[in-house]
Write a protein that binds this ligand. Structure first.
Ligand code: GDP
Length: 311
């Protein structure tokens, strides 16, 4: 059994490699849901969908999100009624959100619905939301004035431009981990923190009560893949969140940030010079190629990660 903590696309690429190397049904993926948002009255879970679409081989790889072969006629048509169109929901993607929303109205929980979606897409990894309860990332920014933005407003609508003052996870303190989350962390031979945004993808998972404690209790067999290569994120706004929160944008910053819950950090060969400083923090450093430019490299990376823990 392997348990992975995951955000969206970075994690999805890694998991696509992992599923080539281990029996997918022995992998549980605990996914961030603090980016979830309602558009057109539909419940959208961007990270869960990125993972399912990528593992199903259905994602738009060039664009980096959404489904391949999408069109955007529905969202454009909704614009006529004054609905926001800045969050680009594709016509095919909307079927997922319709289904999720309808099942939520039926009374099903997000865990059940996520399993149904994964099964429908032929994904055999066990994909679970971090919580069935609503947790929402709120970004406080400081530009002309201090404002609070929902995560998607900051990231998509305002293109991560407003300088970040702080981040909080609304609802986290009262949220319960989804069924099976803590047990999967306890029972796994290895826990992998995927290459994901440490602040807004992994941060909310760690903010769900008890998750951090359960990871700390088995820290020696928790391995993280560093999302920072050569002083910057491979994609996305991780640096624009890390810096203001006092997290150095380097493997050392990541190691410091995760040291309490993680015994090993896998960092890229271009960052080999940081290995000693990572180890000085009490985190083992493993250096390899971590830039997943194709699924073969992702599978090799997964193999290196698996080798960091006793099987
Ligand atoms: P998002 O919600 O789609 O932004 O997804 P994540 O939180 O999963 O991923 C964003 C993080 O993944 C960024 O910090 C990226 O630097 C990192 N990432 C993406 N692709 C790669 C890769 O090929 N290698 C590594 N090491 N990190 C990556």
């Amino acid at each position: 059994m392997i348990t992975a903590l995951a955000g969206g696309v970075g994690a999805a690429r890694f998991l696509a490699g992992l599923q080539q190397r281990v029996n997918p049904s022995e992998v549980t993926v605990v996914v961030n849901t603090a980016d979830d948002e309602t558009f057109l009255g539909l419940h959208v879970s961007p990270d869960i969908d990125s993972i399912i679409y990528t593992l199903a081989g259905a994602s738009d790889i060039a664009q980096g999100w959404g489904l391949a072969g999408e069109s955007y006629r529905t969202i454009e048509a909704a614009g006529r009624f004054g609905e926001p169109t800045w969050f680009r929901l594709g016509d095919l993607d909307i079927a997922t959100h319709l289904y999720r929303t309808r099942r939520l109205h039926d009374g099903a929980d997000l865990t059940t619905i996520t399993a149904e979606l994964a099964q429908a897409w032929g994904v055999t990894l066990n994909i679970v939301p971090m919580s069935n309860d609503a947790v929402r990332t709120i970004v406080t920014v400081d530009d002309s004035e201090r404002r609070e933005l929902k995560m998607q407003e900051w990231f998509v609508k305002e293109r991560s431009q407003p300088p970040v003052h702080s981040v909080r996870f609304e609802g986290a303190a009262a949220a319960q981990p989804a069924p099976g989350v803590l047990a999967s962390i306890d029972a796994a031979t290895a826990v992998i923190i995927c290459p994901s945004n440490p602040v807004i993808s992994i941060g909310p998972i760690l903010a769900v009560p008890s998750v951090r404690e359960h990871l700390r209790a088995r820290r020696e067999t928790v391995t993280a893949v560093c999302p920072i290569i050569g002083g910057r994120p491979v994609k996305g706004p991780a640096d624009r969140l890390m810096r203001p929160l006092g997290i150095e944008v380097s493997p050392v910053g990541i190691a410091q940030h995760y040291a309490e819950i993680c015994g090993t950090l896998v960092l890229d060969t271009v960052d080999a010079k940081y290995a000693a400083a990572v180890e000085a923090l009490g985190v083992r450093a493993v250096v390899t190629n971590t830039l997943m430019s194709d699924p073969g490299i992702a599978a090799e990376l997964a193999e290196v990660v698996l080798a960091t823990v006793p099987s």
